[in-house]
Structure formats: C-alpha cells, structure tokens
Design a protein around this ligand. Structure first.
Ligand code: PLP
Length: 294
C-alpha cells in the first residue's frame, strides 16, 4: 500500500494552505489530491526527488534535500522548508509496509496558476524488484542530448542540472532505447562529452580508479554516485571527475548507470558492442548501497 503525505506549508516563503492545520496530513494515495490547474500537471513546473529507503532507512537524505533546494533555486520556486520536508519524509517512511527496499518521492510544484502557494507532497511505496537488472546488467545506447556540455553556464534558463518535473524527454529517450533494442541511454553532449543517463549517473572503472563526468555539465549531482565513490574509496580505490568522450566508456574496464532505487546497474553493451560486467564488484557495491545508514 502506498503512503501519501500532503504538506500544508512546503515553503516558509509562501502562505500555508490552511493556517490552522498541522505541517502535513496523510491522504489517500489512491484518490485525486491535485487541482487540474496545478502548474505541476499543466506545465511540468516543479521539482522532485526520489529517495531510496533501505531496511526502513532513507538513504542520502540530506544530499537529496540539498539537491531539492538547489533545484528550487534554479526554477526560482519558493525555498523549500527542509525541516518540514524531512519530518514528512520520515513520517511517510515509518508508514510504508516493512520491506528491504522502498522509496519515497518528494514533489513540489509552483501550485495553482495565479496562486501564491506551492503544492507539496511525499509519496512512499515498496520498490520494484531490481535484482535481475543488477545481476544481468543493461544494454545502453549513446544518444545526442542536443546541447553543448557547457549549457548550464551559457543557457541557465534551460534548467539543465535541476531535477524538474518536465521528464517527458527522459521518457521519450527510454522509448528510443527500446526501439534500438536497448534498455537505457547514455546522453552525449552535442560537442561529444559523456553526460548521464535519463534517470541515472554514469560511473566508469579504469583499473583501480572510478570516474564520473562530474557536475557543471548540465547533469544532476548524483546522490548514488557520491555513495559509490565512498564505497570505492573505502576499498582503497581512487575516484575522480573527468570530461570524457564516448571512447572512454567503450575502453573502460567496467561501467554502471547508478541511481536511487535501481542502484548500480552494470552496463553489458554499448551501441550493441558487448562489455564485460564486473559481477563481484557490482554485487558488493549493491549490498553496500542497500545497507547505507543514511
Ligand atoms: N541523473 C538524472 C537525470 C536523474 O534523473 C537521476 C535520478 O533520478 C540521476 C542522475 C541519479 O541521481 P540519484 O543517484 O541521486 O538518484
């Protein structure tokens, strides 16, 4: 059963929906809760986070909250009241039925067109079973994102690097991947730089080193990637950010698309060319990610 909490006041910079009500209330996740005029629904004008919950503990919670606030700044939304969001997240997590793996999704929209109150909610549920994809891996295709790698600095109005609700493009590329008989996508900038997946961060292994494209390229600052690096460093590996071309992915000893919920999905083919999966490292890494304490 899914759990839903609606926030009464998602931001201290905006009025509460009901000045007399509590900070949030639980609502029926199976019933409509949104106005048809909500800008999240009509324009995709809002932000979200999806947070893994491993054995009842939300993971990388503070990193997710920081990114939520950073996305809000990029969209010039009212600043989320992170204490209110944290309380609602923990309350939802406590109500999800016991499971090894679950997730919560936080959403904040600009609210009803012409209004002054953002809409906010936290939705929680048990996760789908991702064990097969973690074991057997994914086939990816490289797709042009159509932007240069410096878009975040040169055209900030395109909101690259923020986690916005406008994910129709990210869904469309998943369909394009399926048309090409692949499972997922690695975006490449129009000037030939490896970026990220549509819902994940790219991590490569070269010998004893893990690398990722890094921030400032119009891509998300991945919470899972940060924990993957922590795991690698605890094993004595080095980690780093690198502006890399697609041939670096092709030549890497191993590669993963990493994200909350699915965790580390090893890449087993790039544009139809088979790639070695590092099964032992991947299994150990996913165990680590599932059991994170925060
Ligand atoms: N990049 C994009 C575009 C994403 O949508 C996501 C997550 O959904 C990620 C990267 C991975 O982020 P995280 O590891 O914090 O889930």
């Amino acid at each position: 059963m899914a759990v839903l909490a609606m926030l009464n006041r998602p931001s201290k910079d905006a009025p509460a929906h009901d000045p007399a009500a509590d900070a949030f209330h639980f609502a029926d996740a199976g019933s409509p809760q949104l106005s048809v005029l909500d800008l999240g629904a009509t324009r995709g004008d809002g932000i979200f986070e999806t947070i893994s919950v491993g054995y009842g503990r939300p993971q990388a919670l503070e990193h997710h909250l920081r990114r939520f606030a950073s996305s809000a700044r990029t969209l010039a939304l009212p600043e989320p009241d992170l204490d209110a969001w944290r309380d609602a997240i923990l309350a939802v997590v406590a109500r999800i039925e016991p499971a090894d793996e679950a997730y919560v999704k936080t959403v904040m929209t600009r609210g009803i067109e012409g209004g002054d109150k953002p809409t906010g909610w936290v939705y929680g549920s048990v996760s789908p079973d991702n064990s097969r994809v973690r074991r057997e891996g994914i086939r990816v295709v490289l797709l042009d994102r159509g932007y240069r790698h410096d878009i975040e600095a040169t055209a900030p109005w395109l909101l690259a690097g923020a986690k916005t609700l406008s994910y129709a493009v990210n869904r469309a590329v998943a369909r394009e991947a399926a048309r090409r008989e692949a499972d997922d996508v690695v975006f490449v900038s129009s000037d030939g730089v490896l970026l990220e997946g549509p819902t994940s961060t790219l991590v490569l292994r070269r010998g004893d080193e893990l690398i990722t494209p890094g921030t400032g390229l119009g891509i998300l600052d991945g919470t899972t990637q940060a924990n993957v690096f922590r795991f690698a460093e605890s094993k004595g590996m080095s980690t780093g950010f690198e502006l890399a071309a697609p041939d670096v992915l092709l030549a890497a000893d191993a590669a993963w698309l990493v994200s909350s919920v699915r965790l580390a999905a090893p890449i087993r083919a790039v544009d139809g060319v088979e790639k070695q999966i590092d099964h032992e490292f991947t299994a150990e890494l996913n165990e680590y990610l599932k059991h994170l304490e925060d």
